[in-house]
Design a protein around this ligand. Structure first.
Ligand code: PFF
Length: 440
């Protein structure tokens, strides 16, 4: 039988985990959420939530995964024998399945934009209209989604060393590099300083409970916690790795790239006289318009969409890996077959999401269209409930000896972490969960 793989290096794991974290959450969602919720105040709360709640749960996933050394379901069975807690793992498989079914739709939009940018068809006098046209075209969205899923399966079927680690090794550093280049370009536009002011000088009138809740939700989604993705990645880690440090690194990289995305986008938005509260279309509608108006804009636009594609793929592969690792269990030779099977199934389930902005736009489900429904199932239920149970599991079901052994310390850090995963994090999640119903 084949040996279970392990990451070949610490940097390989950190890059892969950061790759899972950094995706549409940081590059697409963070800028428009920040733009619509008061700029710097949202940024501050996002950082606070990431460090005080997201990071401890991320660490909980790392600890459970590395202790278990198996897919999430098996690891939880090993750590709590004879109990039903392994259902957290099955929930993760289900949530990641639905998550990927609509995440791949947005991945497909990116491919559409990239395709159009590459073939010089992305100039328009009305980018809002162009965006609506693209996402309503059934052939284009389905083709985009199919190609995106093909790419995801192709990387995952190669296994963690051959596929995921190798891809992350060059994709992530390239992402940072290009983002810095884009930020410099954006910052040298006339009037850019207004964007920096928006992002860094707080307007305290935005400090409300709602902004707080949105920031906490953003921290979870963008750290990939609650779905067992990080648990699965950590199961490929050797015993000697320092988990606390890895969780710090991943969280800091995620904050860094989110802020960088803001530094790329807001100076340009202000310099070119657009509104920061453009909503979910901010990137897709505003950026092409901005790039179209600056020197070498066509080139920058292509680079930007390639970056978005990379970032989205390193997240989607972690979502697929959850189901694949569970599906193959100990039969490692089944990886290719299971990856293709899951990929095709997810594509099929995602078809109504892809068509939600066109032919199926009138099909109303709880939450809105099929796309909105899938989004609601995951962001409102799957992720928070998963994060809550994981936090509880690490806090109460794992013994102090087990967690201290994984953390390699019994000192204050261990006690603070234990306190957060036992009380603070579950309480915060329950508050978000309840408040999200009030906010409609
Ligand atoms: N963190 C990813 C992003 O910000 O795009 C989304 C994500 C990936 C969520 C993997 C959950 C997951 F398991």
């Amino acid at each position: 039988m084949k040996q279970r793989e392990q990451w070949t290096s610490k940097i390989g794991f950190v890059l892969a985990a950061a790759g899972s974290a950094i995706g549409l959450g940081a590059i697409w969602k963070f800028p428009y959420m920040t733009g619509s919720n008061g700029g710097s105040v949202f940024l501050l709360l996002f950082i606070l939530c990431t460090v005080s709640i997201g990071l401890p749960i991320l660490l909980a996933e790392f600890i459970i995964g590395r202790r278990g050394q198996h897919d999430a379901v098996t690891s939880l069975k090993i750590l709590a024998p004879g109990r039903k807690w392994y259902w957290i793992g099955w929930m993760g498989v289900g949530t990641s399945f639905i998550l990927l079914s609509f995440y791949s739709v947005v991945g497909g939009w990116i491919l559409s934009y990239l395709y159009r940018a590459l073939f010089f068809q992305l100039s328009s006098s009305d980018y809002g209209k162009l965006f609506t046209e693209i996402i309503a075209n059934p052939v284009e969205v389905l083709a985009g989604q199919a190609v995106f899923m093909l790419l995801t399966v192709w990387i995952v079927q190669g296994g963690i060393k051959g596929g995921i680690e190798r891809a992350s090794r060059w994709m992530m550093p390239l992402l940072f590099l290009f983002f810095i280049v884009l930020a410099i370009r954006s910052l040298t536009l006339e009037g850019a300083v207004e964007g920096l002011r928006f992002l860094f000088i707080p307007d305290w009138s935005y400090l409300t409970g709602k902004t707080f809740l949105l920031a906490l939700g953003q921290a979870f989604f963008s750290l990939s916690v609650g779905v067992t993705a990080m648990m699965t990645y950590a199961s490929y880690l050797p015993k000697e790795e320092r988990l606390g440090q890895s969780a710090w690194n991943v969280s800091l990289l995620n904050i860094f790239i989110s802020v960088l995305a803001g530094v790329v986008i807001f100076p340009a938005v202000f310099a070119l006289g657009h509104s920061p509260s453009e909503g979910p279309g901010l990137i897709f509608v505003i950026l092409p318009a901005i790039f179209n108006e600056i020197p070498f804009g066509g080139f920058f636009m292509i680079v930007f969409f390639i970056l978005m594609l990379f970032a989205t793929l390193t997240s989607s592969i972690s979502m697929l890996e959850i189901g694949v690792s569970t599906g193959i269990g100990k039969n490692l030779e089944k990886r290719k077959r299971v990856a293709w099977m899951f990929g095709i199934l997810i594509f099929v389930v995602g078809i109504p999401s892809a068509l939600s902005f066109g032919v199926l736009s009138n099909w109303k489900l709880p939450g809105g269209t099929f796309f909105d429904f899938a989004d609601m199932l995951t962001s409102r239920f799957g992720l928070p409930i998963g994060a809550l149970l994981i936090s509880f599991f690490a806090g109460f079901l794992m013994t102090k000896d087990e967690t201290a052994d994984e953390l390699k310390t019994r000192g204050a850090i261990h006690s603070i972490w234990k306190g957060i995963v036992r009380y603070l994090a579950p309480l915060a999640i329950i508050i978000i969960f309840i408040a999200s119903f009030w906010n409609g």
